[in-house]
Write a protein that binds this ligand. Sequence first.
Ligand SMILES: *[C@@H]1O[C@H](CO)[C@@H](O)[C@H](O)[C@H]1NC(C)=O
Ligand SMILES: *[C@@H]1O[C@H](CO)[C@@H](O)[C@H](O)[C@H]1NC(C)=O
Ligand SMILES: *[C@@H]1O[C@H](CO)[C@@H](O)[C@H](O)[C@H]1NC(C)=O
Ligand SMILES: *[C@@H]1O[C@H](CO)[C@@H](O)[C@H](O)[C@H]1NC(C)=O
Length: 825
Amino acid sequence: MCLIPVLLLTNCVCCVTGVCRYPLGMSGGQIQDEDISASSQWSESTAARYGRLDFEEGDGAWCPEITVEPDNLKEFLQIDLRSLHFITLVGTQGRHAGGIGNEFAQMYKIKYSRDGSRWISWRNRQGKQVIEGNRNAYDIVLKDLEPPIIARFVRFMPVTDHSMNVCMRVELYGCEWLDGLVSYNAPAGEQMTSPAYPVYLNDSVYDGAVIYSMTEGLGQLTDGVCGLDDFTHSHVYNVWPGYDYVGWYNESFPSGYVEIMFEFDRTRNFTTMKVHCNNMFSRHVKAFRQVLCHFRSESDWEATPLSFSPVVDEKNPSARFVTVNLANHMASAIKCQFYFADAWMLFSEITFQSDTAMYNTTLAPPKTGPPPNTQPDDPTHKVDDSDTRILIGCLVAIIFILVAIIVIILWRQVWQKMLEKASRRMLDDELTASLSIQSETFAYNHNQSSTISEQESNSTYERIFPLASTSTAASKSTTTTVVQDGVPHYAEADIVNLQGVTGSNTYAIPALTMDLLSGKDVAVEEFPRKLLTFKEKLGEGQFGEVHLCEAEGMQEFMNKEFLFDIPEDLPVLVAVKMLRSDANKNARNDFLKEIKIMSRLKDPNIIRLLAVCIYSDPLCMITEYMENGDLNQFLSRHEPEGQLALLSNAPTVSFNNLCYMATQIASGMKYLSSLNFVHRDLATRNCLVGKKYTIKIADFGMSRNLYSGDYYRIQGRAVLPIRWMSWESILLGKFTTASDMWAFGVTLWEILNFCKEQPYSQLTDEQVIENTGEFFRDQKRQIYLPQPVLCPDSLYKIMLSCWRRNTKERPSFQEIHQALLEIQP
Ligand SMILES: *[C@@H]1O[C@H](CO)[C@@H](O)[C@H](O)[C@H]1NC(C)=O
Ligand SMILES: *[C@@H]1O[C@H](CO)[C@@H](O)[C@H](O)[C@H]1NC(C)=O
Ligand SMILES: *[C@@H]1O[C@H](CO)[C@@H](O)[C@H](O)[C@H]1NC(C)=O
Ligand SMILES: *[C@@H]1O[C@H](CO)[C@@H](O)[C@H](O)[C@H]1NC(C)=O
């Protein structure tokens, strides 16, 4: 019997509701009998515990004691889910009992509670409470909950319009609410009286009290629906303008900020907060200018708040997630002050990511099978077309088996290469992708059935991606799809650590080259430490730091081949990577290895090692630095030539100079790839800008706090620049010149966007990883970075060629360099 889950993954960015639709365990039995209760029962054989969808035990359903009278809402069937859940769908069924019974609920209402004491009546987005139920005693009727519910307790309350006997069997669908948010308190949303028509920016589904402000509830900021770029429009049918957003007007807040207080179910270790903001600056709406967050753990508020200021964006009017790094603060409540950047501030969604390692796994949601899919335009989905379902199921099974075979072939190749490589591997920290766990994956693929793997895959997933939560769309579906489609995953590969001892990334180099290196002496001179003047800290890693310094008399110490276009005797800006003196032996060895690697690099477009201090501790590596800092910050400060720049008086960079810089990056990479070196973290943050738009490629990005949002942290062990990484780097841990080429494409995209936007800024980290799976599957569902406004078609074509699935089809840096030279007029 092939009962295969058919997952329809939408591209919809934030609707969790599309994927968080797992049966929570009424029919599957994971919800225990004692957690199902009722106001009354007609007999022992129609007790609450028989109210399970698709169950025929007892007398076939839960039936309350007395006839349900019109408007009599005393009777209910109650389910305790034991922890907070995000519930998106409910299913109901009557009592059939093999033809003996004929009772069902034509209508019902839902009440829910997060704490077991305050009960809230569910209403749909139009304010209606009553839900259409069953028409007969045997069909299952599924209803989408719009808006979804976040609750631990749910009650089904049958409603009739005439006196009759009712019986119910039910199921809840959703997933666990890992955000842990129990309520948010905020000033009430306001009304924008724009020129033509009013826009209502109130929180229309808030389930707490709203008087002057909102207290003790959850609402639109947690309903899993992100607003559109134009806030006057909505995904939701038949609602007023401004529906998706909660918005505030600066004139109502003399303090200049809106304060939102978030309460959580327990003390959590917070990593990030993501705020989905509108940025339609033409209507005086912008994301916030600054946010100050105060943390309360136990009963005390921490003395110093965390502050974060996103870049104010006046170029791109699209709505976006702004990610605030909460730096592992422990808290059970967070109070954030969002400062206005313009007259209006509009939020549609706020999510929190916290360390799930501390999570009570015993409370893991009971899950049985695939999430059901109802058609959005046909919410009443009756499950009686079982023949078609079986047919579709079988077809899908065949497809899965084919995919599995392909993956096995692919896996064999990878494995063989791995074995070859392993035998001559010299660097223990070189790219290692042990795919051993993959064999288990294939087992899943072979005996495909709807329920296996769910538990296992889930636990693996949760372990590897602690951020995966209900709030961040697609995560659960990744779980299922990943395993089912045989997409290898970081969960299955050893995690590659790109980070060197001082926190910057380290180049991967072929084993052969390392052999050659080990024979040679380091061809750089010792520099007297006292001639270095500290200016600022650029970044840090586990065992060291990177400092920006001025070096006096560097010219004398530099190797003769280095040509330096600076006047004699002036101090030179240098970056100093410094190993802390308490670093262990391994770290010291790694550091010396890094010196060897760096000393080999001699190219006008690659940062060079100038000198070292290795006679005494702390060990230092002195490399070039450039006066204009990194390309990311450099471009963020500049504007494209044009009207806007003229008006704002901002410094500009011409298109030709953008191309010139890109060409130099290609040239530097051409050199690296000629040595078979793999950079592994190419991005604008890792390119330094000198005079006259000269560019040199560096490797500090990873160590810098400023860019921590560009890296995804896995298990606190490795940080990965996933938005710049090729699919094979993410899924297989494979880093090659071809994956550097992928990153080059992303870097080019950043440049053409003047670094005003993070790649895939609309996607969460988990969605980026999910998108990687789509690149692997290659079923035209992968999302490419869009063509930047400034980017001519010819250049965009080049970018797209960098993102080809087949690594062999991607261009070489030689070719790219040539192509870019030709684009420059
Ligand atoms: C929000 O505003 C709309 C439009 O005026 C109104 O119908 C609705 O009742 C309001 N909702 C709340 C919760 O105040
Ligand atoms: C919070 O999590 C981080 C990363 O997992 C860890 O390093 C830190 O020690 C944790 N903080 C506490 C107080 O547990
Ligand atoms: C509100 O924002 C507008 C536009 O940025 C600004 O001109 C005005 O001074 C602000 N008002 C207050 C009270 O801050
Ligand atoms: C976690 O589990 C422990 C023991 O199983 C329990 O005492 C505690 O209340 C649980 N925490 C939460 C937040 O449920």
